[in-house]
Structure formats: structure tokens, C-alpha cells
Ligand binder design. Structure first.
Ligand code: UDP
Ligand code: MG
Length: 322
């Protein structure tokens, strides 16, 4: 196999506090890989600016101008992490042999990139970066994440435990990824579905270098809901199941009411009327909510709006002539 061309894709949303540090760190990795002959000269880093409101894009422009083998992609507004990743992958998929996606805050050990490339050279099409420890994450983040994986598994969605969006994908995987036309994107659920030979590499997750997490609790909950409702219809089946149980209970209650009316002659108690009302209306609202989730999904898919809109793409070689 020839030496592969590698692209490192880095989504950035308001990352001006870390981007320069990130670039030097990734630059060092690239250089070392080049020296060892593990990647070829054409390899590059692509920064995707996901509609940042600070001066992230200006910093990216400067990096592209001053450093070799850097590219920048500017989205027209904030489309979200998953869409920013898709924009980056779409941009590079015809010009590289493999690519690695990594977060801009370098919480994921950048030196694992070398191991990922080795696995690729050994014939793996997808290499998942898996966190071994999560000591650096806050208590809530850690436990909500564990709960999330468990929940997804229970719902029948196959996920790689403790793997986020730090992964290597080969050209074949990339080309086929774009056959998935869904708007509700959950990349870490899609990659295992591709079916190509995959493997994992392990590392310890670090603290964010600077800046704040762009995944507050609300967004994480959104991602979890997206993950479940995009990959599993189990919640819908549960609705039907609930429906049956409630129906069954209400038949028994009806008989009971009839019996007490005919033979006991007592006025039915207040609790036996109000409790079922609370219970049933609670379940109804829950079920309507779940149905709504899926309805909303279908609505989005039917519109099939573009996942991202690119405003600008810059490369070192283009800027150098200006
Ligand atoms: N990100 C993005 N668009 C968004 C939110 C986040 O491109 O709307 C990027 C962000 O710049 C970072 C990565 O996605 O590179 C992961 O975000 P973050 O580190 O804040 O998430 P956490 O590690 O806290 O889950
Ligand atoms: Mg992070």
C-alpha cells in the first residue's frame, strides 16, 4: 500500500481561545508522521468554522496563510457539531485516502492519531478512538454519558462504548457514509452500520485546554434523543405496549365499578376515580410526546434541507499567490 494522504478534520465553534494551541499540537503530530513516512506530503488539517461568533475564523485564516498544509472551511452559520463534521468530510472526501475527526479542544489525545493511521495501514477502514478513563469530566457529564450508553443499548442501538467523534475513516467508508441521506445525523451510530472492518484504539480523555464546553446539558439531551429516535423504533413499540396494559387495567376497573354499583351499592370512592385519571392522562401525554418526536423527525427528513451551507473554503496554496 502507498503512503496514505491524511486529512485531520477539526470542527470549531467559538474556539478562538484554543485554536492556536490546537494547531501547534496537531502540527507536531503531522510533522512526526511525515518524518516517519506514515503519511504523505499532501496530508493536511482542515478547520471547519461552524458559524463562530468570536474571531475563530480570522485565526483560521491566519493559520492557513502562515502554516503549510492547512485549510479552512467556513459555514454560513452555526449548524451544530454533527453537521460541521459532515461539511468537513464532504469537503475532503475526494482528495484523501483517510481522515480523522477530532474536537478542537484536544481533550482527546492527539498522539493516538499515529496508532489510528497504523491500524488503517494494516487494513482497517474505520478506527474508533475510545476513552479509557473519564476522570477529567465533571460528575454530571460522566454519569449522564454512562446512562446514555446504557439507554441506547437497551433501545437496541449499537454504539461503541465511550467512543465519541474521534475516529479515522478510510475513503471507502467516507464514500458510503454519504449514501446515508438522513438529516437527523448521529454519526457514531452510522459508522458501525457501514459494516467495514473496524477496530478501536484507547486513550485517556484530558480536560479542555481553554474555553467552555459547547455541549451544555440541554444540547447533550438533544443529542441523546436524536440518537435514540434516529436509530430505534422501540419507544414507539413501548407506546403500544403501554396502551395494552392501560386498556387491560381499565377493563378490570370497569368490571369492579359495575360490580360495586350492582351489589355493594356504595358510592365509588374519590381515589378510585381520580387516580386512574392522573395515571392515564400521564401516560397519554408521554405517549403523545414520543409520537411527536418521531413526527418531528419525519417532518425534517421530508423537507430534506441541506445539512450545512459552505460560505468559504481556503487553502494555503490559494492564499500564497495573493
Ligand atoms: N462544536 C461545533 N458546533 C457546535 C458545537 C460544538 O462545531 O455547535 C465543536 C466544538 O468546537 C468542539 C467539538 O464540537 O470542537 C466538541 O464540542 P465541546 O468540546 O464543546 O463538547 P464536549 O467535549 O464538552 O462534549
Ligand atoms: Mg470537548
Amino acid at each position: 500500500m502507498n503512503t496514505p494522504t491524511l486529512a485531520i478534520v477539526v470542527p470549531c465553534y467559538n474556539e478562538s481561545a484554543v485554536i492556536n494551541q490546537t494547531d501547534s499540537a496537531l502540527g507536531r503530530v503531522m510533522e512526526s508522521l511525515l518524518k516517519k513516512g506514515k503519511i504523505d506530503e499532501e496530508s493536511f488539517i482542515l478547520y471547519v468554522d461552524d458559524g463562530s461568533k468570536d474571531n475563530t475564523w480570522e485565526k483560521i485564516e491566519l493559520l492557513v496563510r502562515t502554516e503549510q498544509n492547512r485549510q479552512g472551511l467556513k459555514l454560513s452559520r452555526n449548524f451544530g457539531h454533527q453537521s460541521a463534521l459532515m461539511a468537513g468530510l464532504n469537503q475532503i472526501r475526494n482528495s484523501v485516502d483517510c481522515c480523522i475527526t477530532i474536537d478542537a479542544d484536544l481533550q482527546d489525545d492527539e498522539w493516538v492519531i499515529e496508532k489510528m493511521v497504523e491500524k488503517y495501514t494494516n487494513g482497517y477502514e474505520i478506527v474508533y478512538g475510545v476513552r479509557e478513563k473519564r476522570d477529567s469530566d465533571t460528575f454530571i457529564k460522566k454519569y449522564t454519558a454512562i446512562f446514555f450508553y446504557k439507554l441506547m443499548k437497551g433501545m437496541g442501538v449499537e454504539l461503541i462504548l465511550n467512543h465519541a467523534d474521534y475516529r479515522l475513516a478510510g475513503r471507502k467508508a467516507l464514500d458510503n457514509l454519504f449514501l446515508f441521506k438522513e438529516v437527523n445525523l448521529f454519526l457514531r451510530g452510522v459508522f458501525p452500520l457501514l459494516g467495514f472492518p473496524g477496530t478501536s484504539v484507547f486513550y485517556d480523555r484530558k480536560k479542555r485546554m481553554a474555553g467552555e464546553s459547547k455541549y451544555p446539558f440541554g444540547k447533550m439531551l438533544g443529542l441523546a434523543l436524536d440518537g435514540i429516535t434516529s436509530f430505534s423504533v422501540k419507544p414507539l413499540k413501548m407506546v403500544t405496549f403501554f396502551g395494552f396494559i392501560v386498556f387491560f387495567i381499565s377493563i378490570i376497573l370497569a368490571f369492579y365499578a359495575l360490580y360495586s354499583y350492582l351489589y355493594l351499592g356504595t358510592v365509588p370512592g374519590w381515589t378510585s376515580i381520580t387516580l386512574p385519571i392522573y395515571f392515564i392522562s400521564g401516560i397519554q401525554i408521554l405517549c403523545i410526546g414520543i409520537l411527536g418526536e418521531y413526527l418531528g423527525k419525519i417532518y425534517k427528513e421530508v423537507k430534506s434541507r441541506p445539512l450545512f451551507i459552505v460560505e468559504n473554503h481556503i487553502r494555503n496554496s490559494d492564499l500564497a499567490n495573493k
